[in-house]
Structures are given as structure tokens and as C-alpha cells.
Design a protein around this ligand. Sequence first.
Ligand SMILES: *Cc1c(COP(=O)(O)O)cnc(C)c1O
Length: 495
Amino acid sequence: MQYVSTRDTGRAVTAAMAIERGLSTDGGLFVPAQLPSLPAGALESLRRMDYRQRAVYVMKLFLEDYTTAELADFAARAYGPKGFDTPKIAPVRSLDASTHVLELWHGPTCAFKDMALQMLPYLLTAAMGKNGEDRQVCILVATSGDTGKAALEGFAGVEGTKICVFYPRDGVSDIQKLQMTSQEGANVLVCAVNGNFDDAQAAVKEIFSDPAMREELAGRGWMLSSANSINWGRLLPQIVYYISAYCDLLNAGAAQAGEKVNFSVPTGNFGDILAGYYAKKMGLPVGKLICASNKNDVLTDFLKTGVYDKNRPFYTTISPSMDILVSSNLERLLYDLTGMDDRETAGYMEALKRDGRYEVTPRLKTALDGLFAAGCCDDEETKDVIARCFKDHGYLIDTHTAVAYGVLEKYRRETGDETPCVVVSTASPYKFCSAVLEALGERPESQGPELIGQLERASGVPAPMPLKALAGKTVRFRDSFDKAQLPDVVRDFLK
Ligand SMILES: *Cc1c(COP(=O)(O)O)cnc(C)c1O
């Protein structure tokens, strides 16, 4: 199967190429030239498999240039007992007959980014071998908090790679910051950026699309790649858990074969929910995809009006991984819904760059209406949801999951749609202790990892081991930089 750029379908590359490059040189994102369908009877087979086998099955449909044996080896290493604290990897927990939670935070960094970033290093280093690439690769990551740590954890110590992570200085939680700045390994660098996530992401995108920089680094034996969800190798492993969740519902008798299920997804860069869209297009019986935002509600407005407008205030919220005004992966959705029209897609992206705004055609708006519902929750509502979910179900959720849960409640009230729904749970509540404690009516007694014990006492829910272990860690990285300094930071790192 070939991959093409969303801004130029004329350039087809292999999967290994798309994964190695991360971003197309025309600024577009790589997408499959043709989306595969789930073969007849696939769900019947998949429901009998464990998570790793499901991952191999689904990924193989997209990766013709990787062997099944290779993928099985990657899945065994990525989704093994060393990284994940449950053999189910991505378990589904039912709160009532029609409300289910897909827990995607059982990996080493306790956020859903692990689902893809435990796999990506294997896909990427194999891709370089397949492509005959003899340079070393440096992964550049802009993070709103969780991607950075998950990417560091995935790439630390991986032969032939370095990884450099940029996070917004005041835009991540204390725990997220400590998780990153205490990262061990000789091939890692972590920098704070004076600005917000969009600034960090824009700076990284500029480095990628600077031919002079590319050439300079190539001369020194380095190439750049991305671990952000603009990389196809990030998105693909995410399709797996939508299909896996559906299989688990079938096995639990919570859905009948062919019955539609909705998914409510806490959304920032639109990577997670886009994977759900691809699963639906492949033939998974998905009803509505509910796009849940925090107070940065640019996507809610977009899905309701067809106008994407990032000219608005940026808010720092208690769900920082969704504090984003430019959702990169939306470009892949637009490309698909325009009927793979690279000109129209490029036009929207040009308008976004020029005016910070674009409006889709009425035809495209109608397509969006059929697929998505959207809503948002501010911080107060989010805390109320955490408290209510804990009281009603004895189930503790994090601030991001709470946004998805709150938006689902609103959606059900407004539409009366009682289709079974899976709330996609993207982080452990222990990554956001202070906000979760406040939601439970507790006053945080200290800060950072010291709050973990307090939250355990307040909730009776044990904290994940990797977060408990943070208390004894040393901070290795303290520097912060302006956006304009980042190219030099990268140059120095690759000296
Ligand atoms: C990254 C992240 C999100 C948003 O996912 P996108 O793919 O960027 O839409 C939501 N919740 C958590 C906890 C995250 O880390």
C-alpha cells in the first residue's frame, strides 16, 4: 500500500518512507492512498485474539512492507509486561449497561500516548533499515505534556536515535514536568519553551520544513523525524484500540455483532479521534464520534459551524494535553472528506496559515454532521464530573477523561441518543493529582508527586507504580528557550 501527502497526491511513498519522514516535505501529512477495509468475518476472528494479536492483524492491513513476523515481534516488545501493568493492555470497564470506559493509561507513562509511542521506535528503526538509510535519526517532539514523556520512554536508549522534547514552560502539570525533566538516558534532551503548545509545535514544524537545516544536519549524518501524531506510525497503533474495544464489548455481551457503538473522545490535536474515524471507515460499527474539548473549544465551534478559527484567546486549563488551538490531524480528515482532494485541502491549510481561519464547503459540513457530535466542558464542569463519577460509580477519572464524560452527558441530554458509548480514557488521574483532589473536595496539601499519597488516601484507588517512583527522581533538565533559539538548540544537540 502506498502513502500520499494530503497536499500533493502525486507523490506516493511506501509505508516505511512515510514513517521515516514523519511529515511530507510539502508540509502535508502522509495518509494511505486507499484505506483498507476490515475483511468479512474479521471481527469474529479479532474478538478471539489478545491485544497484541489484534495489533498485528490491524497494522498489517496498512503495512505491506513489514512482515507479520516483524510486527508480532514489535507487538510483543511494545505491549509486554515490562511496560504495561495489565495483560489486557487496553481494558474496557463498564460503568452501566450503556456507558463503558476504554482505559488507555496502563503503559509506562500512564497516558494513552504510550499505546503508539511504545510501538513507534520499532516501526521507525525498521523503516530506516528497509529504506537503506544509514544516517542516524533525531526525533523532535513538541508536547502539550504527555507525548513528550511517552516519546522519551519509547526512544531512550534506542540505538541510532536521539530524541529532543520541547514543552511549553508553564503549560504542563507538575507531575508531567517532572516525568520529562527527570528522564534518564544518554540520547535524550528536554527543553522548556517560553510560549504555549502551539508555539512549540509551530517552531518544530518550521525546523522540519527548513531545507538548509536539513542539509546541514544530513552533512553531519543526521536526519530528523517526528514522534508527534503527524507521523503515520503514531496514528496507526491508535486504530487498533477502537477495534479492540469493540471486540471486548462483543465478548462481554455489551454489544451485539453489528450493533453501533459511539465513542466520546477527549480531543486536542485530533489524532486520537481521527484513529476512531479510520476504524469506522474500515467497517467497524461506530455510530457517532463525539469530539470533546475543554475551554479551548475551537473544534466544537468548527464541527458546529464549519468555520475553523484559531483567532481566539488561549486558555491554560486543568486538562493541559488538550490546550491546543491548531489541531494538526484535522488536515487528514479534511483530505478524506473532500474525496482526497489535495488542492482543496492545501487551500484550507494555506488559509489557516494566512488568516488563522478557514470555512469548509457545505458538502463537507454535511459530511461532518453525519459523523461527529461535539461539545466542551470548562474546568468547573470538569471537576463536577470527576466528583459525580466517583460518587455514582466509585470510579476515579482524570481531567481529560472527565471532559469526554461530561460532553457525553450533555450529548445524551440534548439528543436523547442512548446508543452504547465508550468514553476514551486517556490518562491516569494520578497525573493530575491537584485538580482531581480539588474535584473530590480535598485541599491539596503540597505539590507534585507528594500529592500522590494524598489522592490515594482520599480515593482508596492505588496509584500506578511509575508515578509513585517519581518522588525519588533527580531533575536533569532545567533550561528554557525562546522559540527563535530552538534551531540552535537542535544544532548543538546534534554536534
Ligand atoms: C494527547 C492527549 C489528549 C488529546 O489527544 P489528541 O490525539 O491530541 O486529540 C487527550 N488526553 C490526554 C491525557 C492526552 O495526553
